[in-house]
Design a protein around this ligand. Sequence first.
Ligand SMILES: [Zn+2]
Length: 71
Amino acid sequence: MAMALLGDSDEWNLSYEFDAAVPVSGIYLCTGCGKELTARKGERFPHQNQHRHTDFKIPVHWRLVLKTAVN
Ligand SMILES: [Zn+2]
């Protein structure tokens, strides 16, 4: 995946659960349902009450897909 070449750290490979601190400003994708989220560094990912799946067995994991600002 070409995008991974742009990053030299683990931030491209990690995923974050609900209420986790946002490590870098960017667009994140929920691997469970495909929803995209714009988040800023220092904010927190949505609480589990703000983003939930109809099927509770599918976990919410946010993955960085695009950086929107230099951190
Ligand atoms: Zn989701």
